[in-house]
Design a protein around this ligand. Structure first.
Ligand code: FAD
Length: 634
């Protein structure tokens, strides 16, 4: 059975909390381990026969620290390329700032044609299928299921990395504390990725920066002042719920008390190529990102002070809005308030290249491009909530802009890579790269790179020199768009003959681009997508890309949670399909799937010598025609 199918099944099983050979905190969690741990004949535990703190060790080829979107994508991509991965996450759930604990909506490159595919799109499609009411805690478990579905990943939740062991200038192990299980871990590895956002693996001595560069250093004229330790601040979000009732809100005694005078604004005039973001004091479409504080402090070292200050601000803001005499929040209640502030900016590692404002503004045409962004250069002022007027300046930049591999590995610790908001960039570069879909593309790049490193026994610096083309081709094959280039189709595919209107499936462009439809529409059961060869070819699989309607932002989690409206799977996505091969003039079914929920499918079947192969979509999610972008033969 194809791996993708197995993953869907495992995912369904995990979502239903069925038993299984799940990997989880503490290593393998097979049913037999649970039975052993719970044996009835075990004696009572006392100080004479048990330890308060356990010590455990494990090894992996690739250790990923941090389970936000960048870490998840790094772990899954590496695991799918066959290497053993330890994913170490300090929170009880995966997702980082995208999780139910934080609730940031996933943003990425602007433009309908630039949406991030790869593992991120897969996670979002799984979310649509398993979590149609779009509840945040279920989204956490969609991410969890995707990780548990990978047999090569050992997931350590509730486990905080707090040390490293070094050998000859390389990281040989990370030390971690699991406060849930009072367990001290040593996790050995060959390669490491810091996807922690805060760059905990700086403990290795890896070079880093915190703060804003002087504008002169890289000629970055967008930098607001610079040459200081200041950063963008941390935020606590609020989530509102529409209700039929209306009650005043009583804030805690320690919350700030705000009046209209506190929110007097001095709106900036519009300028070409630049716009501003302000506090939004009305309920509609508000996720309260602007409840932000701490940019003048140390967003890591002072994180606890910042947390309490943000709580005071957040309750004060809601009391001001809810109880406002103009009734602006009539019919809304506070449904949820965050506790752990999300961090926008802390430490940035130094790699062979530091991504700057100019790299972003010129589109990032790097020979070693492995990821991309396309958000604005969105720089928040360190005074944040306490600043009058705008909190953030957006400088419109090209979308997409390329991100090179040289920004994703350490300049001085040879086996350390990074992805997410701690990559090698300036403060201004970060203001565009930090959004989560962009972080996900970097994570997938770093995870795939780890597989290349292990395959050849090399370090990132050699990969960059000798194997970058291989890494780029692997990423493209895994449905990652890399700007300014397109995927090469397999030789069998390019040699195949087909009808003229089907040939578009062989152009390596797996999305609509420059307003051109790069796919083929097929009615259920229609036999149209067919390749043939003048002589039989040995065929053992196919790579398919179905249209999952990436153009629409509708796959984002919602700001208002209390809705009973269920999201629908994309109408044009193929739900059921089969592949048939022609041998000796007769067609044979070689593969069939009746429940597809994904965009990218790589399917394999018993090798067959066939002179033609065809794809028949038998059902779409909307009941009408399905849209197919690619049909590659392997
Ligand atoms: C208030 C706010 C609003 C934002 N709004 C948006 C938005 O609307 N859209 C958008 O796309 N982006 C938004 N961003 C930016 C975005 O959320 C972050 O830049 C992004 O989450 C970074 O991804 P990451 O994977 O690098 O880190 P994170 O998402 O922070 O994930 C890192 C994970 O690593 C864990 N970790 C940290 N240290 C350790 C350790 N020592 N051991 C083990 N685990 C560790 C963390 O707990 C966390 O779960 C916002 C950020 C903030 C703070």
């Amino acid at each position: 059975m194809a791996k993708e199918i197995r993953n869907v099944l495992v995912s369904v099983a995990a979502m239903c909390c069925c038993a299984g050979n799940l990997q989880a905190a503490g290593g393998s969690l097979a049913k037999s381990d649970l039975e052993e741990a719970g044996r009835a004949d075990r004696p009572m535990r006392t100080e004479t026969n048990s330890q308060v703190v356990q010590k455990k060790e494990m090894s992996a080829d690739f250790v990923v620290v941090g389970g936000g979107l960048s870490g998840i994508c790094a772990a899954i991509s590496a695991a799918r390329h066959g290497i053993n991965v330890a994913l170490v996450q300090d929170r009880p759930m995966l997702g980082g700032n995208a999780s139910s604990e934080m609730r940031m909506g996933i943003m990425g490159a602007h433009g309908d044609e630039n949406k991030e595919a790869g593992i991120l799109e897969e996670l979002q499609l799984r979310n649509f299928y398993h979590n149609p009411l779009m509840r945040y805690t279920l989204w956490d478990d969609v991410m969890l299921s995707a990780v548990l579905g990978e047999k090569n990943i050992t997931l350590l939740l509730n486990t905080s990395v707090d040390g490293v062991e070094m050998e000859n200038g390389r990281i040989s192990a990370v030390k971690a504390w699991n406060g849930n299980a009072y367990t001290r871990w040593t996790i050995r590895g060959r390669h490491f990725a810091d996807c922690s956002g805060d760059g905990i693996l700086r403990l290795s001595g890896a070079k880093f920066r915190i703060g804003r560069e002087f504008p002169e250093e890289f000629g970055e004229n967008f930098t607001q002042k610079g040459g200081d330790h200041r950063t963008m601040g941390n935020s606590i979000l609020l989530q509102l719920r529409k209700t039929d009732e209306d009650h005043p809100f009583t804030p805690p005694a320690w919350a700030y008390r705000f009046t209209d005078a506190d929110f007097e604004n001095d709106a900036q005039p519009k300028e070409k190529g630049k716009h501003y973001s302000y506090k939004r004091l009305y309920p509609d479409n508000n996720n309260f990102w602007w409840i932000e504080f701490g940019g003048n402090l140390d967003t890591i070292g002072d994180a606890n002070l910042i947390q309490l200050e943000l709580k005071k601000i957040a309750y004060g803001v809601w009391a001001y809005m809810k109880n406002h005499p103009d009734g602006r929040c009539k019919g809304y209640d506070l449904d949820w308030i965050g506790s752990l502030p999300g961090k926008r900016e802390s430490a940035r590692f130094i790699g062979p290249h530091i991504l700057t404002q100019h790299d972003v503004m010129s589109g990032g045409h790097f020979e070693d491009v492995v990821a991309y962004g396309g958000w604005t250069l969105d720089d928040h002022h360190p005074d944040a909530f306490w600043k009058k007027g705008h909190l953030s300046e957006h400088h419109v930049c090209p979308s997409p802009f390329g991100i090179p591999f040289d920004c994703l590995y350490s300049v001085n610790v040879p086996n350390l890579m990074f992805a997410g908001r701690d990559i090698s960039c300036t403060h201004m570069g970060l203001s565009a790269t930090r959004v989560m879909a962009t972080c996900a593309t970097m994570g997938q790049a770093v995870g795939t790179a780890a597989a290349v490193l292990l395959k050849y026994g090399i370090d990132p610096v050699q990969l960059r020199r000798e194997r970058i083309a291989e890494l780029q081709a692997m990423l493209e094959d895994d449905d990652c768009m890399l700007p300014f280039r397109w995927r090469k189709v397999s030789q069998l595919t390019s040699e195949a003959q087909c009808d003229a209107e089907i040939a578009i499936l062989k152009n390596g462009i797996d999305r609509n681009y420059k307003k051109k439809d790069n796919g083929v529409w097929v009615a259920p059961g229609e036999v149209r997508i067919e390749y043939s060869w003048t002589s039989p070819k040995r065929i053992s699989g196919a790579r398919l890309v179905f249209d999952s309607d990436m153009r629409h932002r509708s796959k984002r989690m919602r700001k208002l949670e209390a809705t009973t409206e269920r999201v629908q799977m994309p109408k044009m996505l193929a739900k059921a399909f089969r592949i048939e091969a022609r041998v000796g003039g007769e067609w044979h079914k070689v593969y069939e799937d009746r429940l597809n929920i994904l965009r990218l499918r790589k399917v394999s079947f018993a090798p067959i010598d066939a002179d033609a192969l065809r794809l028949v979509v038998t059902e779409s999610w909307g009941g009408g025609k399905a849209h197919v972008f690619a049909f590659d033969v392997r």
